[in-house]
Design a protein around this ligand. Structure first.
Ligand code: SAM
Length: 221
């Protein structure tokens, strides 16, 4: 039964295929079952997962003009949000899923096997991985939903981005984007290129803050 999934995406203005709806359905079942043993998310009811995890994850990729085959890093991916819904919606993307908690990366390894989707899953901390060759300045896109405060997230993200690469920071509607944030971004060679405000079909407000890496500041990171 995937009508509810198709309908929720439709309400958000997003058309998904039947195959994608089935993959989302499998993802929901796997998450709900796993959460009976391991606490991964407070949102566990089907409707909540559909709207607050799946639709919420996919909306930004429809707003941000993400190039084909972009190499993407999801910092603090948790139970795979937004990365796994992006990979279902956009099969062409290449993702690294990074989280500091082993219980989450263990879950993701099993989930990806279940869904038959390929991605690199790393248990580690952004501030350490960003220094390593192969990761540093290697990404077109960094995503992060509900991770840290914005100045800290900027520090985590900047090392991963290529020149011209973008951080898509998914925030709640009340997060402050003050002048301090713009200053912090500038120090890291980033610039705030825009903030998109939108609502989930249920009415919850969201903000997508987009930062572009305009200068390589490797020496200072
Ligand atoms: N992005 C997911 C979501 O929206 O459902 C999870 C958000 S959860 C509030 C924040 C996640 O970031 C946690 O899973 C935590 O382990 C991870 N995290 C926090 N600091 C991190 C760091 N420095 N490096 C990697 N992961 C980190």
């Amino acid at each position: 039964m995937t009508e509810d999934i198709l309908c929720a995406f439709k309400k958000a203005g997003i058309d998904i295929t039947d195959k994608q709806a089935l993959q989302f359905d499998a993802m929901i079942g796997f998450l709900q079952d796993y959460c009976t043993r391991v606490n991964l998310t407070a949102i566990r009811d089907r409707q909540g997962i559909i709207e607050k995890h799946l639709v919420d994850s996919v909306l930004p990729v429809t707003l941000a003009d993400v190039g084909e085959k972009s190499r993407c890093m999801d910092i603090g991916t948790g139970a795979g949000f937004p990365a796994v819904p992006w990979l279902i919606y956009r099969e062409d993307l290449r993702f690294t899923l990074l989280d500091a908690q082993r219980k989450r990366t263990d879950y993701l390894t099993l989930l990806m096997k279940e869904l038959g989707i390929k991605a690199e899953i790393i248990h580690g901390r952004a501030e350490e991985l960003g220094r390593k060759a192969g990761y540093r300045e290697g990404y077109d896109i960094v995503t992060a939903r509900a991770v840290s405060d914005i100045p800290t997230l900027l520090k985590y993200s900047a090392p991963f981005l290529k020149k011209g690469g973008r951080l898509l920071a998914m925030r709640g509607s009340r997060d402050e984007l003050t002048a301090d944030v713009e200053k912090a971004a500038e120090k890291l060679g980033l610039t705030l290129s825009g903030v998109k405000e939108y609502c989930l079909p249920g009415g919850d407000g969201r903000r997508l803050a987009v930062f572009i890496k305009v200068e390589l500041r490797s020496a200072f990171l």
